[in-house]
Design a protein around this ligand. Structure first.
Ligand code: PLP
Length: 263
């Protein structure tokens, strides 16, 4: 059995996004998973009420404690609320580079709440994204990372993916859910030089919570199990599609995917 996936991210007490979602997705695709808390939130599926960073140095303390008895097979980062913690994680990863890193560049919640200030966004773009085997931005996050609008056209989206890889990431999954016309996801594998438009993803009707977290951790979990990038992404998308089909609507009207273990 390969080592576990390490998820570093925020706690969403509703479980729709953040570390609880990471654990659900990783277990559903068959990987073991450990979690390090990098931010606290008070929220439900509809609204983020508050975000707090964790005390300085706390993320490294958690990682170092785990490292004494575990070798991670992949690492995934989600919400990290402050610049200093992002810098700590980047420094640690540069030293160890033990396993592929998936960076979900979480910056703005579905309800529009800014989860990261300007300094933290810059740190994420400059320090963590360049280390990633895969970055998984949505449209808005891609615009923030590239500093330019990303239009609906295929060429604009392909250009954005290449620009993010130019910042150092080996792969970019530009998610299509926030584009109006063509909701396909785009995978740019800079190592192989392959651009893949991923067909067949259902139109994302309704207002979903936590899809990005689920997708990124399912991909990271498949990488932990030894999949190639394209295979990890395809498998994760297939399982997320099933999770969406079987999803539920919360009392405040948001949809969240449900996961069950693969048969
Ligand atoms: N809260 C946490 C802890 C997250 O990690 C994320 C997204 O990754 C969100 C909230 C935002 O989720 P959504 O944009 O789906 O509402």
């Amino acid at each position: 059995m390969p080592g576990p996936l390490l998820c570093i991210g925020g706690v969403d007490p509703s479980g729709g996004a953040g570390l609880v979602a990471d654990v659900r997705a990783a277990r559903a695709v068959g990987a073991d998973v450990l979690t390090v808390v990098a931010a606290l939130t008070a929220q439900n599926s509809r609204q983020v009420v508050a975000v707090r960073k964790v005390p300085s140095g706390w993320v490294l303390k958690q990682i170092e404690a785990l490292e004494k008895e575990t070798t991670f097979a992949a690492i995934k980062t989600g919400l990290i609320a402050d610049r200093a913690t992002i810098a700590d994680i980047a420094r640690w990863y540069r030293r160890s580079r033990i396993a592929p890193l998936v960076v979900d560049p979480v910056m703005i919640a579905g309800d529009g709440t800014e989860l990261l200030g300007a300094a933290a966004r810059r740190a994420l773009a400059r320090q963590l994204v360049p280390l990633a085997a895969l970055v998984t931005p949505n449209r808005l996050e891609a615009e923030i990372l590239t500093g330019a609008p990303v239009e609906e056209s295929r060429s604009s989206r392909e250009r954005a993916a290449r620009m993010i890889a130019h910042q150092g990431a080996a792969g970019v999954l530009l998610k299509g859910g926030h584009f109006r016309g063509d909701p396909r996801d785009l995978l740019w594998d800079a190592r192989r030089g392959t651009m893949t438009w991923l067909p067949g993803f259902p139109r994302r009707t309704g207002r979903w919570h936590g899809l990005g977290c689920h997708l990124a951790s399912a991909v990271a979990a498949r990488l932990a199990l030894g999949d190639s990038l394209i295979h990890a992404v395809s498998t994760a998308r297939r399982l997320l599609e099933r999770g969406m089909r079987e999803g539920r609507v919360t009392r405040s009207g948001r949809k969240v995917p449900s996961w069950r273990r693969s048969p």
